[in-house]
Design a protein around this ligand. Structure first.
Ligand code: FES
Length: 495
């Protein structure tokens, strides 16, 4: 069959593909995201033709016009390769957060692999169970990104007949990551522990996604699920077990279960909160006696998907903003020209604009205009600020409601941990000044990849740690709390 070369600039990658290969099939491996899952509705999979041609259908041409793109652009999800081309693909570098922090364990003989199966990224570490030492790390973009960036797109893709494909894809990707670590270290793992959100867990397990697609969003808890290498088509040995840890609730997965283990909140006498501002905006509050958790609707704003200039924390995203001599100064991932802002910079922007008295208590632009300038050609619209307020209120109300379930005042929460890569860029003083989390700087901690830390802790023993946490943890549906509306609305204002 005829083959063509796709050169990706400035990544310097060359891909050999068969004639008529859809670009979506070859480019997702290189970090190019397909946020709407290739439906042609988001325009974010755009690539620029620097050399060669990709034929344009009439509908594709109309899409380019709709997204105000000149004729040298293409939507990768609508393109097939019919000749060798050079494409500009400069926005696609992801932050993938591994972990080197210390954690508590009782030494065992052998080796284990901990896997954090994220919606966007995959991280695996090979650990010496005697010393806790990390022998190897593998990171990868979740290959399912070709079916969309967020959980809703993945659920939709599953319901549209791609479920088996996504299951095979993720099992194979993780298998290859582990295989590479085995080759690199020449050590055979005794155990593999996987954690992830509920959607990722169900896709990995080959379970029906329908319950997560409609009210009451209820999924059965199947406990720890054990696999053999042959079930997963992995061609290496794992002498003891391969286990996917259980979700806590419909949209609170084993990544949060692992996060609880990582913070140690289940053994603290004092109350502790864990907040993950990623995909589902999960919140946990509890102590050694009782733990309550919930998911909120905060995710899309902090992942940038519902903002006019929002984007994930990838190359070209403004990751943080500071005020220097009353001028906004930005940090951009990859040191390139800014293309949009990610969640951490959104928090900075709101805090700074409020300090400068450019926006009011309710996020209203005080000049009366519809947009407010941030930096370069990046602006926030009134709608963006409103989306922030909704997300901020969801988190703030969530903490209050979880505390109320525990019959405590939120002020009794002694420490608050922020999980995930998001925290890396976060200016805690800005987060606090928005009123999203009501605590003091000394009590607010950025904790990195708590899912991976917890997965490593689960490698030790035989599931006792997870069982201990699950026995005292309850999941609640925040919207089902009678006082939800009142608390939520009361938090829809800035400090
Ligand atoms: S337009 Fe959304 S993925 Fe192509």
């Amino acid at each position: 069959m005829k083959q063509h070369t796709i050169r990706l600039h400035p990544l310097g990658k060359e891909i050999l593909v068969n004639d008529q290969t859809p670009l979506i099939d070859s480019l997702h491996e290189y970090g190019i995201e397909f946020p709407c899952g290739g439906n042609g509705t988001c325009g974010k999979c755009r690539v620029r033709l620097l050399d060669g041609n990709i034929p344009l259908s009439e509908s594709h041409r109309r899409k380019l016009e709709q997204f105000q793109l000149t004729p040298d652009w293409r939507l990768a999800c609508m393109s097939r390769c019919t000749e060798s081309v050079t494409l500009q693909a400069d926005q696609f570098e992801h932050l993938i957060l591994a972990d080197e922090s210390d954690f508590d364990f009782l030494p065992e003989i052998g080796y284990g692999v901990a896997v954090d199966l994220g919606t966007t990224t995959l991280v695996a570490q090979l650990v010496d169970l005697r010393s806790g030492k990390i022998f190897a790390v593998e990171t990868l973009l979740n290959p399912q990104v070709r079916f969309g960036a967020d959980l809703i797109s993945r659920i939709q893709a599953g319901l549209n007949g791609h479920a088996t494909e996504m299951t095979e894809m993720i099992r194979s990707a993780i298998g290859q990551m582990i295989e590479r670590m085995i080759k690199e270290c020449e050590r055979i793992p005794d155990k593999v522990v996987l954690v992830g959100n509920t959607v990722m867990q169900r896709i990995f397990s080959g379970l029906d996604l329908t319950p997560l697609s409609c009210y009451p969003f209820q999924v059965e808890n199947s406990g720890i699920v054990t696999y053999s290498t042959s079930m997963l088509n992995w061609c290496f040995e794992v002498s003891k077990s391969i286990q996917f840890y259980p979700s806590i609730g419909s949209f609170v997965g084993s990544d949060i279960l692992a996060g609880i283990a990582a913070t140690g909140l289940h053994r603290n006498e004092k109350y502790t909160a864990l907040i993950d501002l990623g995909t589902n905006g999960e919140i946990v509050v509890g102590n050694r006696d009782r733990i309550i958790c919930a998911s909120t609707a905060a995710g899309p704003a902090f992942e940038g998907s519902c903002l006019s200039v929002g984007m994930r924390a990838v190359t070209g995203a403004i990751s943080s903003l500071r005020l220097v001599e009353n001028k906004m100064v930005s940090s951009v991932i990859g040191n390139v020209a800014p293309k949009g802002i990610c969640g951490s910079a959104l928090i900075d922007a709101v805090a700074i604009l409020r300090k400068q008295e450019k926006i009011g208590l309710f996020g209203e632009i005080l000049s009366g205009e519809e947009e407010i300038h941030l930096i370069g050609n990046i602006r926030l619209t009134q709608r963006d600020l409103y989306e922030f307020l909704l997300a901020k209120a969801a988190i703030a109300a969530g903490i209050i409601l979880l505390a109320s379930q525990l019959s405590i005042d939120p002020s009794e929460i002694s420490e608050t941990y922020i999980a995930g890569g998001f925290g890396n860029y976060l200016h805690t003083e800005h987060l606090l000044s928005t009123g999203m989390v009501e605590t003091t700087p000394e009590k607010l901690h950025k904790m990195g990849n708590t899912a991976l830390i917890g997965a490593k802790m689960f490698l030790f023993g035989n599931g006792e740690l997870a069982a201990e946490i699950l026995a005292k943890t309850n999941h609640i549906n925040l919207e089902g709390c009678p006082e939800f509306q009142d608390v939520y609305i009361s938090k829809m204002m800035l400090s």
